[in-house]
Write a protein that binds this ligand. Sequence first.
Ligand code: SF4
Ligand code: SF4
Length: 323
Amino acid sequence: MNRREFFKRSLTIAGSLLIARNSNASDQPLSVYSTQNKANKKNWEKFEELKKTNSQIDESYAVLVDITKCIGCRRCEWACNEWNKNPNRPVKEFEASKDEKPSVFDRVRRTHAGEFTVVNRFHSKNKPVYVKKQCMHCAEAACLNACFVDAFKKTPQGAVLYNPSLCVGCRYCMIACPFDIPAYEYYNALTPQITKCTMCFDRVTDGKVPACVESCTSDALIFGKRSEMLKLAYNTINKNPERYINHVYGEHEAGGTNWLYISQIPFEKLGFPELDKTPIPAHSKSFLFTVKVLEVVAAAPLVWGAYYMISKNRSKKEGKKDE
Ligand code: SF4
Ligand code: SF4
């Protein structure tokens, strides 16, 4: 039995319980849902391939999101679905949602298995403020640190990638992420899969910009080297101090991220968690250790119970044979 099979077997019972416990906790309507998405796997394979070439990357990339420029067209959502082969609809339907009643903007959404990015609407002085949400590609990623089978990697290009074939479905990454990003496909307990934004690692390593950045016609998304994006962010703020608050979200939060935001109103009013400079893994280590211990303790009676039943049945059969 290899490591993967061992984990699959020993965690299936505990995993099923966890799924049952948490399936009502999310506000997503897609708790039993599978996109059979291959984007995360494909990007991991490309990362493994590139590792063999030993190519040197001097600095990671970043996307700078200028919230003041976002018009809520949701073309970035459409482009992300299109590139990553997630379920999609005509782009016009995305663009129309701003004026619809009821509208997708009526509630604050999170990413899920079929959508690696979502745009939410907030309000300031009775005006709409649109905010794109996706994986922040943290420098010291909490998801990566929480994963005990090393199914996440931080790449030199900046993207945090995930390998579904190593994943055992424990979902510690979901608990650990301060941005509520990793989503889980509940469809098949034996082939668990987390899905999330890959920062278009496959496009970036081919010299292209991420699909969402390419689709944005409002210049709300700019892609480049992280240091250049930081410089651009502060230049923009300093040239227009009446238009921006003096804060680049992601410069320091949680140890720094490869998605950076500038805004006209404080980030906590736009659903961003208030985080200090300390990387989340430093905060979450002891908590996750406790969770792991508790879940192993909780799963133990089930595993031993199953073992006892199997042994008992086997003894009965053997007893019958002997009679
Ligand atoms: S935002 Fe969440 S999922 Fe993305 S790298 Fe950071 S901890 Fe991981
Ligand atoms: S494509 Fe650009 S303007 Fe449109 S919702 Fe996305 S970030 Fe905003």
